[in-house]
Write a protein of this length. Sequence first.
Length: 532
Amino acid sequence: MKRLFAALLLLSSLAIAHAQERVEKWGVYEVVLKGADAGNPFIDLELGATFTQGSESYAPEGFYDGDGTYRIRFMPPSAGQWRWVTRSNHPDLDGKKGAFVAVEGKNKGPVRVANVHHFAHADGTPFRPFGTTIYEWAFQPEAKKRQTLETLRKTAFNKARMLAVPPYKPYYLSGATRLTDFPFVGSSRADFDFSRFNPVYFRNLERDVQRLSDLGIQVDLILFRPYDKGQWGFDTTSDAVNQRFVRYMVARFAAYQNIWWSMANENSYIKHLGDEDFDRYFQIVQKHDPYGHLRSIHNADRIYDYNKPWVTHVSLQYYNAVKVFGVSPLLRDIYRKPIVHDEINYEGNSASRWGELSGEELTRRFWIALTGGAYATHGEILDNGWIGGGGYLAGASPERIAFLRTIVEAGPKEGLKPIDQLFVMNTAGKAGEYYLMYFGDERPSEWRFELPVGELRSGMQFKVDVIDTWNMTITPVAGTFSIGELTRYRVADQDKRSVALPGKPYMALRIQRVGAMPAGPRAPVPGAVADD
């Protein structure tokens, strides 16, 4: 009888679970409530819910979505039945209860810091950011948005930097590109009501974030920017408005698995806000985002202190850092966080000096970033296209960046690490196993097989591939190379062999250990002091 009762109870529980709404793990579950639209719910409302499963508990805030509709969004981090109960100062919304079932699916979860200097999804899948820049894509006509999505579908870009609020541009005032919805209620600076958000605007932005998520693209969503030139006033809003805006954005968007928070683009050009203001906005995001999405800020002439605890990674605009070898490793040591060079100038024919790079040069800067143990972000401004609003790509660098991505993702799971950053600055990988060496502008006709001694053993065998990074070819070198007698700093092939190279720029080598591990101790990695 007890067994029968237990079986019936199990079947009953399964039936209830099956009847409940089902949402994929790391998907978006939404509590939708109706209530009176009294006062100003964008200011007066307190709304949230507690979601629990066993010992797990999350408490996201909710938001008003217009027309008497209130929403609370939740991203379930584990499969199973979740129960929720609401809390609110609004009687119609307080104490509501419900449950749903999260099921396993294809989602990988939000991206987080992994192995100090790299990233991985919540499920452990490594994530290597190969980003692009489409600042104004969310404000374009639908046809151009679709064209951008189709372009992205064919590229290797997996992160997009984009503004959450439109910049003032004359073409947004009339014609096919005229904007009809803004973040705040109103249509011009003369009638914007900065105490009320415009839900229609944010619904459109959410749809765009979801469409990028469907393509596997992370959205580096930029909250503040300095580009109104005194026209709309979105870059001069008060601290009270800014705090409400940050909380509203977190309430609406934190449940999307592909969100990265960028506090600002070129933060120091927003003249009425100082670092202490951005400290405060960082902390609001940190407090109210239950899932710990990545957080950073993009600098202009004053670099924010990325060592602050609420900053998860470095989002840098400093062009010289990727013009030469050695800067990225230094930044890694300074910050002990992932380094993303989010603006390294753009491939283009712009009249502005930041948009005049050749495809060769932008590709070269990517390789310098990656072989320094960091990451980089693409941008294009050919005939004023792409970075402003997407559309199609005309440059030569995207397919070369895609080629680089395939190489990096086939490398060490834990990511590329500088091998001997004080003396062999053009090489990263995993000492004793994998080396990716980039020659940049140099035109060597040969390379003597010689590796930094750390982690090597005499007799180790390595295979070598010659990579033409511009023509996107990989040519295996015949035979293998064998590590000779260990010396203090560098070890050559036991037969003093060399690798022939074509004497042209943009060449690289991939060196990978093969065969069984020979007996004997590995050499320690040399210390940071050259003459120890």
